[in-house]
Each structure stands twice: as structure tokens, then as C-alpha cells.
Ligand binder design. Structure first.
Ligand code: GDP
Ligand code: MN
Length: 376
């Protein structure tokens, strides 16, 4: 469960991490009222997506009227598929430096990893890509926790301003505590701002809580009600379809989570961009195939669909019938490539002959075909 910035800042504040004074607003008048209390402030769109700064969704306001105008301009805008319904209005901070501080779970060490950089801010992706050595990583052993010496070392390597270093280390400890206490999968502060007065403060906040731990995170459940789900994911959820939206154009449908993950990797390796993860599970009757197609096609970015089916207990001919019946029920304007293997796969592929579905003999061939037809 992703938290909004204003929620993540509440969580951080409870852990003792300094955050700017501010409050959530959902109308221009509310924004103006908060600005009247705070003085010079920033009006920040609340969305479960990064890159708001670059998209013009973070605006400085010198007066309540300006805050009202910015709020009116930002509210209702669509940003990366989300309609902006909330704002955070908080006191403006003058930055002397913008650092990056985050903790996530590292798959290689199978534990928490802290990342720290002197070059935080809106270009952090570029830093990660072009000069990854500027992001210092600390592998944390959860049974021992985060050691002071690890932090001192990282702060030195990252080249932080020595005057800010003590504060950054204190915040890093609190962030780790907060990460653990809230069962987070991600806790990120970008930018961790050094103000012109020499204070260090979390100017942005991102928290993603592990859904599997929500049962023991009663305090966080209030945020669940306010949570904003992707509309297609929400619909898939309602229908009981295992679907995750991604940002490409090639719809992926398969049976079995591992197979679908592999298909995503294959399509990516061949230069394509998957639009989603969708696992129709074992048994693929017409009904579930129709459901899957409907969900995938709700995403307007989809220009082609790849079915990757492995027949085990699920028989190829049954899947083929499902696909044929499913595709005949809805009007589909995009090309569909089907790869099938395993039990009764040949019979399945034979059934597809004469339909508009395009068969492929191997996963790689299927990936290449759909990329060619759907475009990149
Ligand atoms: P993001 O682009 O979605 O990550 O949104 P952020 O909250 O990180 O804001 C983007 C950028 O806006 C930051 O990197 C800062 O440069 C700037 N910014 C945000 N809040 C403030 C503030 O209070 N004062 C100043 N000077 N800059 C801010
Ligand atoms: Mn940010």
C-alpha cells in the first residue's frame, strides 16, 4: 500500500524525522486558508507517482491568493493516470542542498538496504543511471540493525556537508526504525533538504507498506480508506483477476505467475514494453479469458496482446477454445499472438487456425512477433 506524501510525512513525524509544517487540502479555499497560517508555502499535488516537480505539480506560493490559484490549477489534473484530488500545502523551505536517503528491500542480500547520495532531488534517476557510484549503499543485517560506523562511512563516502552529517545520521536511524516499525517495503526521502539555516528536513516523503503486513498495522489502516488505486487494477481486483498495470503497450496474459513474469522479461529483452502482468491462473476457460482480455484492453496504451500458455493440468485445446470464445465475445482491434506448449498444445494451435489469432512456436518468437505488430 502506497501512502501519499502527506501521510508518509505523518508517519515520519511520529518517528521523530523533521518535516515541514503543513496540512492536506482538497479545495482551493482550504489551500488558501492553510497558506494564510503558514506564509510563503509550496502547493504540492498528492499522487502515487513520482516526478511531480518536473510535471509542474509543485508550485511556490507567496500569498494565500497565489496558493488558491495554484490549487485550482492543479486539482483535477490527470497525472500518470491519477486524478489529483488532494494537495499538501506546507511551509516553503530554502534549500542549500538536496540529498537522497532511502531504504528498500534488497533481493541480493535479502534484507534492508539504505541508499544515500549528496545529489538528491528531481534528477535522482539520472544520477542512478549515469553516476551510480554517487549513490552509497549500506546493506543492513536485520538481526543487528544499522550500525553507526556504517552510517559514518556512508556519509563520508557520499561527500555530505560535514555540518549536516550528524543530523543526517540521526534521521537515517529514525528512518530505519520507521521502516521496520511500519513494515515498509520502501521508505524514501528525496530530497532530504539542507536548509540555508543549516537544518536538515524531509522535503518529500514516500512510503510503501507491505500489504502482507497490513493485518498488524492497525494505525496505517486509516490510510487504506484514503488510498487511491489505479482504476484498472481496482476493477481487476473486484473481478478477482490477478493484474498489475505497467507502463508499456504490450498486454501480457499467461497462466502461472512465474510464466507471466518470464514473459515480461522476454518481451523487455526483445526491446518491447509490457503493459501489464496478468495471470489467468490454472484452467483457462472462456470466461476467465474474456475477463482477462477486457481488463487488459481497458488500458488505452495497449496496442497488442501476447498470450503465453503452458499446458499442464490446463489443456491446450481448452485454452484455445477459451481464447476463441473470449475473443469472439469482444470486439478486439489489436493483434493477438498466442504461444502454447505442453498438454494438447498441438490440438490447441490447430483450433486457432483460420482465426485472426497469430500462433507462435516459441516464447521468443511470440515476443518478437507481438513487438513487430504492436510497435515499441
Ligand atoms: P517529486 O518531483 O514528485 O519527487 O516532488 P518533490 O516533493 O521531491 O519536489 C520536487 C522538487 O521541488 C524538490 O526536489 C525541490 O527542489 C522542490 N521543492 C519541494 N518542496 C520545496 C520547498 O519547500 N522549498 C523549495 N525550495 N523547494 C522545494
Ligand atoms: Mn521527490
Amino acid at each position: 500500500m502506497k501512502l501519499f506524501e502527506f501521510q508518509a510525512k505523518e508517519v515520519f513525524a511520529k518517528s521523530g524525522i523533521p518535516v515541514p509544517r503543513g496540512r492536506m487540502a482538497s479545495t482551493p479555499d482550504e489551500a488558501a486558508a492553510i497558506a494564510a497560517e503558514l506564509g510563503r508555502c509550496v502547493v504540492k499535488a498528492q499522487a502515487h507517482a513520482g516526478g511531480r516537480g518536473k510535471a509542474g505539480l509543485i508550485k511556490l506560493a507567496n500569498s494565500p491568493n497565489e496558493a488558491r490559484e495554484h490549487a485550482a490549477a492543479i486539482l483535477g489534473q490527470t497525472f500518470k493516470g491519477f486524478v489529483i484530488q488532494r494537495l499538501l500545502v506546507e511551509e516553503a523551505v530554502s534549500a542549500a542542498a538536496e540529498y537522497y536517503l532511502a531504504i528498500t528491500i534488497d533481493r541480493t542480500s535479502k534484507g534492508p538496504m539504505m541508499m544515500l547520495s549528496a545529489e538528491g532531488g528531481v534528477e535522482i534517476e539520472e544520477v542512478a543511471e549515469k553516476t551510480p557510484e554517487k549513490i552509497i549503499k549500506i546493506t543492513i543485517d536485520p538481526s543487528y540493525g544499522l550500525f553507526d560506523f556504517q552510517l559514518r562511512d556512508a556519509v563520508e563516502q557520499a561527500g555530505l556537508d560535514p555540518k549536516a552529517s550528524r543530523q543526517v545520521q540521526a534521521i537515517a536511524h529514525k528512518l530505519y526504525r520507521s521502516f521496520c516499525d511500519n513494515d515498509a517495503a520502501l521508505a524514501e526521502i528525496n530530497p532530504l533538504m539542507v536548509t540555508t539555516d543549516g537544518a536538515v528536513i524531509a522535503a518529500d516523503a514516500k512510503v510503501d507498506v507491505d500489504d502482507n503486513a497490513l493485518f498488524r498495522q492497525q494505525d496505517l489502516l486509516v490510510y487504506k480508506e484514503e488510498a487511491e488505486e489505479d482504476p484498472i487494477e481496482a476493477e481487476a481486483h473486484r473481478r478477482g483477476v490477478t493484474y498489475v498495470r505497467l507502463d508499456g503497450n504490450i498486454g501480457i496474459i499467461g497462466n502461472g505467475a512465474g510464466l507471466v513474469m518470464t514473459t515480461l522479461d522476454l518481451v523487455t529483452r526483445e526491446g518491447g514494453r509490457p503493459a501489464n502482468f496478468l495471470d489467468i491462473g490454472g484452467g483457462a476457460r472462456a470466461e476467465s479469458v474474456t475477463q482477462a482480455l477486457e481488463i487488459v484492453l481497458m488500458d488505452p496504451n495497449v496496442t497488442g496482446i501476447l498470450f503465453n500458455i503452458f499446458g499442464g493440468i490446463t489443456r491446450g485445446d481448452e485454452v484455445a477454445k477459451g481464447v476463441l470464445e473470449g475473443t469472439s465475445k469482444i470486439d478486439i482491434k489489436v493483434p493477438i499472438v498466442v504461444r502454447m506448449a505442453g498438454t494438447m498444445a498441438e490440438e490447441g494451435l490447430a483450433l486457432l487456425q483460420g482465426s485472426s489469432l497469430i500462433p507462435a512456436n516459441s516464447p521468443v518468437e511470440a515476443a518478437r512477433k507481438i513487438i513487430e505488430l504492436a510497435g515499441r
